[in-house]
Design a protein around this ligand. Structure first.
Ligand code: XMP
Length: 523
């Protein structure tokens, strides 16, 4: 349970893919925010004593039977409310207006880029937009408001949504049909900033240092005097989670680093140095390579690999926790993108894209509760938190590395031999990236080993060996990504080195796919 902040915005979640982006935009405006699912929003409202409320979008439609509603208490509270997309529609419906389904009639929905025309002044446009101007926004809706509730006026319109932005200044209610929280609405973040500062009256002086303190208090409250075991992956997320938890509860925390044989070159040694020598955090290193390789033998389906690795991890933890004298909690560095991409439509928000190792693989039999202090953060926010905890820039700037490790970079069967080949190619690629001074400009770069053999010629000899794929992307949160445009000379250099230095690879290709439609990892 979290602590009530001086100034909090409550975000009521109706299950949109991008609800967390609302929280992020509010935090960027220097105001603390918390998300509560719509059916727990009333409890959160009383606990948090918010200064204002934002209603999220949803995969549901207001006219659909059983679709979610906002708790009445928020309308009775007299507090400012911003409804976004479904949030606008549900607010309209609950306040006496009309929302029509897109499935009947001529309106088939409005998806993607749209341009709104500003028709009247509004506090949300302060310092941003003037009457008569047109601005880009992002739309994603099938249903729409056809009659607004009493007290509202229209302040902006698009072709598909005559009620693109409606306002009731007296009650301080605002409703946008578009999504101000996504980057494709370029001024949307500032608009949300106007809502929380100018409408809700928040000062906007909240910082990551406060977030850290709040999380530490929350962890202490959740854990009490119990023991926590934390799975380190070697990456930034689990490291930041562990250091934060250690700051909260000291040596009640034991870290377990499972060497599953799917790690990058020298990764295990680096973790040992950081945790044992630098932070003095109790660390158990488990050599589980043989066990993981055995379980992965013959497994080629990506979801099966992920499920196996996730499940096996938890088993190793269970065993280790017994060995260190029992732990009641398992800590993980789960981030928000892992959460939304893993939750199924029926369980609440959005569709399953991949079962992320941190969340999807948890078997029923796991007998520890979870501590996941980074669950509502994006990667760059985790980096800020890491710096706040004293980690240096080089460490917090490390590229993300997925829980299932190299297994999801080896399409087809994973073997120790293939991991060894990939490790060498990956190390060369990253060394060249660092030498070229490009590491920090790239979100994530790694090599992939394809289950394809091709013919080559080396020193007059025919070769028949593996193909190595190189991937490098830029991104701000891992949710979308662009291909990093290396110079041809750079790629040639890396390719030459890999083919010459890594036995088992005779061809190198560069992956030129953005996300979407690709994902960053290959599986
Ligand atoms: P995708 O491949 O889904 O990856 O575009 C988005 C980001 O998430 C990382 N990733 C994972 N991280 N456990 C993790 O901790 C996982 O199972 C996992 N799968 C993908 C990926 O490296 C990228 O940064």
């Amino acid at each position: 349970m979290s602590i009530a902040h001086e100034e909090t915005i409550l975000i009521v979640d109706f299950g949109s893919q991008v609800t967390q982006l609302i929280a992020r935009r509010v935090r960027e405006a220097g105001v603390y925010s918390e998300i509560a699912p719509f059916n727990m929003a009333e409890e959160a409202f009383h606990r948090l004593k918010p200064k204002g409320i934002i209603l999220s979008g949803s995969p549901a439609g207001v006219p659909d039977e059983g679709s979610p509603r906002a708790p009445e208490v928020i309308f009775e509270s007299g507090l400012p409310i911003l409804g976004i997309c479904y949030g606008q529609q549900v607010m309209t419906h609950q306040l006496g207006g009309t929302v029509e389904s897109g499935s009947g009639g001529d309106f088939g929905g409005e998806f993607g880029r749209a341009f709104i025309e500003i028709s009247e002044e509004c506090v949300l446009f302060d310092g941003l937009w003037q009457v008569g101007e047109k601005h880009q926004v992002w739309m994603s809706h099938g249903d729409k408001v056809t009659e607004f509730a009493p007290g509202f006026r229209i302040v902006a319109t698009t072709e598909g949504a005559p009620f693109a932005l409606i306002a009731d200044d007296e009650r301080r209610y605002y409703g946008t049909q578009f999504h101000p929280e996504v980057v494709h609405t370029p001024d949307g973040g500032k608009m949300i900033g106007n809502f929380v500062r100018h409408v809700c009256g928040c000062a906007g002086d909240w910082t990551m240092a406060e977030y850290k303190d709040a999380k530490i208090a929350e962890i202490r409250e959740q854990v009490g005097d119990k023991k926590v075991i934390c799975g380190l992956s070697g990456g930034v997320d689990s490291s930041v989670a562990a250091i934060l938890i250690h700051e909260a509860i000291g040596d009640q925390l034991t870290c377990v680093f499972v060497d599953h044989g799917l790690l990058r070159m020298n990764e295990r040694e680096q973790v040992e140095t950081l945790f044992r020598d630098h932070y003095n955090i109790p660390l158990v290193v488990v050599d589980a390579e043989a066990r993981f390789m055995k379980g992965l033998a013959g497994v080629t389906d990506p979801e099966k690999k992920r499920k196996f690795i996730g499940g096996e991890f938890i088993e190793v933890f269970d065993e280790e926790s017994g060995r260190v004298g029992g732990a009641d909690f398992l800590a993980q560095g789960t981030l928000y993108p892992d959460v939304i991409e893993s939750v199924s439509f029926t369980g609440g928000p959005s569709v399953t894209i991949k079962s992320h190792h941190n969340v999807g693989g948890l078997p029923e039999r796991m007998n520890m509760k979870l501590v996941e202090p980074l669950r509502e953060l994006f990667k760059d926010e985790v980096r800020d938190l890491g710096r706040e905890l004293g980690l240096n820039d080089q460490f917090v700037g490390r590229h993300p590395f997925p829980g299932p490790g190299l297994a999801i970079r080896i399409p087809g069967e994973v073997t120790k031999e293939r991991c060894d080949i990939l490790r060498k190619a990956d190390a060369i690629y990253l060394e060249e990236i660092r030498n070229a001074g490009l590491y920090d400009a790239i979100w994530q770069a790694f090599a992939v080993l394809l289950p394809v053999k091709t013919v080559g010629v080396m020193g007059d000899q025919r070769t028949y060996d593996n193909v190595c794929g190189l991937r490098a992307v830029t991104s701000t949160d891992g949710m979308t990504a662009d291909v990093y445009p290396f110079d041809a000379s750079f790629l040639t250099r890396v390719s030459t080195r890999i083919v010459n230095e890594v036995k088992g690879i005779n061809r190198v290709v560069y992956d030129y796919t953005s996300k979407p439609p690709g994902t960053i990892e290959w599986e």
